[in-house]
Design a protein around this ligand. Sequence first.
Ligand code: ATP
Ligand code: MG
Length: 347
Amino acid sequence: MPLIALLPGDGIGPEVVEEARRVLAALDLGLTFEEGLVGGAAYAAEGHPLPPATLALAERADAVLFGAVGDPAFDNLDRALRPEQAVLGLRKQLGLFANLRPARLFPGLEDASALRPEVAGTIDLVIVRELTGDVYFGEKGTRTTSAGLRQGFDVMAYDEEEVRRIARVGFETARGRSGRLCSVDKANVLETSQLWRDVVVAVAADYPDVALTHMYVDNAAMQLVRAPGQFDVIVTGNLFGDILSDQASMCAGSIGMLPSAALNGTGKGMFEPIHGSAPDIAGQGKANPCAAILSAAMLLRHSLGQDAAADRVEAAVAAALTGGARTADLGGATTTREMGEAVLAAL
Ligand code: ATP
Ligand code: MG
């Protein structure tokens, strides 16, 4: 019986994770659930945003369904104790190096996109972002230049194994979709990107069924808003992926609709909505639970190999929307619970 660790966290996290849990439970897959404290909720109860019991639960579970962390009440804590540290701690503990962010516009939500409706309707892609390397984790510091000026520096570095393993996730993801992979880099000016491109090309030999293209990141940013329909799967580094995935999410509509996965190559992963704890609407029953429910669908697909069940959940979300359910972020008055009910009814 697969064990799912539920880490609801703060703000709207518990509200949306509960709807996702109900959807998972309704599938009759014999899943078991165990809840853990994380974020501000964990700090309040145990004095740490990621208590040992939560780490142990995440280790033991087959997959983690995460809500959101962040609570303005804890903004003045030392950095190491802030709720947001829990996400970094879990990523590190579980060795999560690949971040998958699908961006897809559900039918009827064209108005929620930052793009013109006819362009928005064509967006259906996945960004595979590397999570453990790049400029965020290279050597960094400040020094004084020969002219006596203060200078900050952050080293952008990738080794070939780091690129190889994320490239494989990109190819596998493309293989499971329509078989097109676009590798995004800045190989005309960056050494890391030269290496990136060499390694991606080498890995491509193992995936003759996937059509590989390369694009410079500046062009990719432009193409994402000009003609997003050209993309199926994008694989890119940590920095470029950070920026492009936020850009793609606004093209795909409300922040309340978008799921994500963080994977470590063993099938195990942590699945969470891309939105935060939204303290401004917490406890009011206004949060859109679809991002959490679609994260649960990704969990079924990537960690449990339950592709058919994942398809059913995604189709049920689409059907609920087609049936007219709209939470406040989508311009309606459907509550969190009612949206969950609409998805359950469609299931
Ligand atoms: P973080 O730093 O954790 O990303 P944030 O403050 O940047 O948090 P969110 O918590 O995602 O961002 O909130 C941004 C805005 O989007 C808020 O106005 C919030 O109410 C809204 N929002 C976020 N998630 C949802 C949701 N599921 N349903 C409806 N509105 C949402
Ligand atoms: Mg944010």
